[in-house]
Design a protein around this ligand. Structure first.
Ligand code: ZN
Length: 273
């Protein structure tokens, strides 16, 4: 698999630092944290960004992310579409294949599974049309949290099958896979072509409902079923992208170069077991 480093892991570092740290550690790609991208482009150009990637011999994998794309009021949804246009245009300019998109929260009233599938497919289709004009693909990432409208792999998989476009696929994040109660059988039922990115991470030993992003750990240090997940990826023939993505404030205090080095070793160890 190609190994990537997600900018959330070093939330306080800027984008040039993420690129340099990931390259120095030997990662193949960087997942660009969108807020860092905006700060960078406020004072620099996409040419500067291309130069930075070239100088460091590393590539962008994705821009993370457009949040809460579904179940939005009309004016907010217009902003989501504008954001999709803007990020897809930037992605195309820097030769970045994916923009990660995240489902919205569950609406306050009870809702059927069919309605969630239809709303998610409608929005993904509209956004994918925008992204396709820039030859960019959307990677849809379900979240395990109880208030998210798409919490499991089987539901996310059903949505991308309904969308049925080449430029729409999935992110499986090990943390959200576990927190939302997805199962290994759901990976076995997946067409590997519909999986774009594996967010690799681990988590502290806490009840599912108590887990938050801040409890993420380097792979191998926690209780997530990474071996089983990776074995299932091998069975379905998935071998594309594994990207280290943590949101642990304790790690944000650390030197990004040292953290990236340690992360690379941890990811390689887990993937080779
Ligand atoms: Zn993720």
């Amino acid at each position: 698999m190609k190994l990537s480093f997600n900018g959330a892991t070093t939330m306080r570092a800027d984008l040039p630092t993420d690129i340099r740290a990931a390259a120095a550690a030997g990662f193949d790609c960087v997942e660009i944290w969108a807020a860092k991208l905006r700060r960078f482009l406020a004072e620099n150009s996409t040419d500067d960004l291309n130069a930075l990637f070239a100088e460091n011999s590393i590539k962008p994998l994705s821009i993370n992310s457009i949040e809460h794309i579904t179940f939005r009021a009309e004016r907010d949804y217009d902003r989501i579409k504008a954001e999709c246009e803007q990020l897809s245009e930037i992605a195309a300019t820097i030769d970045c294949p994916y923009v990660v998109v995240v489902p919205g929260k569950l609406p306050p009233r009870e809702i059927t599974r069919d309605k969630i599938v239809n709303e998610s497919a409608r929005v993904l289709n509209e956004l994918a049309q925008i992204a396709a004009e820039h030859k960019v693909a959307l990677a849809f990432e379900f979240l395990g949290q109880r208030d998210c409208s798409v919490q499991t792999l089987d539901l996310a998989g059903e949505i991308v099958r309904q969308v049925n476009r080449k430029n729409v696929g999935l992110v499986i994040d090990a943390f959200h896979f576990y927190a939302g109660g997805s199962t290994i059988e759901m990976i076995d039922a997946l067409d590997a072509q519909r999986l774009f990115i594996f967010h690799i991470d681990d988590a502290e030993d806490l009840p599912r409902e108590k887990l938050t992003d801040a409890h993420r750990l380097l792979p191998g240090l926690g209780i997530l079923p990474l071996k089983e997940i990776i074995a299932a990826f091998r069975r379905i023939g998935y071998d594309d992208n594994a990207s280290l993505e943590l949101f642990r404030p304790e790690y944000w205090e650390r030197d990004p170069f040292a953290l990236a080095r340690e992360a690379k070793a941890a990811v390689e160890k887990v993937l080779s077991e």
